[in-house]
Design a protein around this ligand. Structure first.
Ligand code: ADP
Ligand code: MG
Length: 265
């Protein structure tokens, strides 16, 4: 892939994500066919769209879990895949990836907690190793966040002893321990029993109102309607439509979005 030229995007401090014609294929399957999207600091963006439209792949690109096949992707003002030094561009090293990823929190559908570690151990691991925090400081932060998600009493439990909703709240607290500038959620409530969805959405609602920048892939339309600053509708590897939630749900502009919403109703 040709080394891209820089744009002024790095200079825009309030832009947390800027995707320009981002492309990604698996073999011959084009999954992202030119994604254009900008997310500003403090914005809560809900990404919705049919299964297979590339939502997870896009989040994975933002979190350095995929190599792009084209376009440019800036996250927290830095170009994904590359590193800039004295005006020149180099391929990024594993160390650069580690540093950049430390500022991004990600929450997955299946929680992905370390099963052999207690809740506290799950929470302090990355702060101790990646951020090199002192143990007392990391522990205090973990306690504070567990309290915030309503699980202070589970600090010494193992993930297997918790319900799905509790595990997902631990996963959110774990991501927040790193003090990320950006939080990515990939269908965080899709694997939960219906009665456990609300407790996770409530935690996310609170985070959204705290000013954190969030990109949330979700099928929870009520959540998107109430919490999102903007709804982004993806289909076939492209952003087809983006609007304020009340506009999107009341009067989708495209036939594809209309059909998608009708199928849900
Ligand atoms: P969504 O999250 O919107 O459901 P995904 O980003 O998971 O969509 O997937 C988009 C398409 O890419 C799907 O057709 C899926 O089968 C394909 N895909 C995703 N990951 C891989 C992979 N690692 N290898 C091959 N194909 C993949
Ligand atoms: Mg997905």
């Amino acid at each position: 892939m040709a080394v891209p030229v820089t744009t002024a995007a790095e200079e825009r401090a309030d832009e947390i994500i800027r995707a320009e014609r981002v492309r990604k294929s698996y073999g011959r399957t084009e999954v992202l066919r030119g994604i254009d999207l900008a997310v500003s600091a403090g914005e809560v963006v809900c990404v919705i769209g049919p299964s297979g439209s590339g939502k997870s792949t896009f989040l994975r690109c933002v979190n350095h879990l995929e190599r792009l096949d084209g376009g440019r992707l800036y996250v927290n003002g830095e170009l994904i895949g590359y590193r800039q030094r004295r005006g020149k561009i180099y391929e990024q090293s594993p160390r650069d990836v580690c540093r950049k990823r430390a500022d991004i929190g990600m929450v997955f559908q299946h929680f992905e907690l370390f099963p052999h570690m207690t809740v506290l151990q799950n929470l302090v691991l990355a702060p101790l190793i990646v951020r090199r925090r002192a143990k007392a400081e990391a522990t205090a932060r973990a306690e504070e966040l567990l309290d915030k998600v309503g699980l202070a009493d589970k600090i010494d439990s193992y993930p297997g002893q918790l319900s799905g909703g509790q595990q997902q709240r631990v996963a959110i607290a774990r991501a927040l321990c790193m003090r990320p500038r950006l939080m990515l959620f990939d269908e965080p409530t899709s694997a939960l029993d219906p009665e456990l969805v609300g407790e996770v959405l409530n935690v996310m609602r609170e985070l959204a109102s705290s000013g954190l920048t969030m990109v949330v892939v979700t099928h929870e339309m009520q959540f998107a309607r109430e919490v999102a600053d903007r709804v982004v509708f993806m289909d076939h590897g492209k952003v087809v439509e983006e609007s304020a939630p009340h506009e999107f749900f009341a009067a989708p502009k495209t036939e594809r979005a209309k059909a998608f919403l009708e199928r849900l109703a």
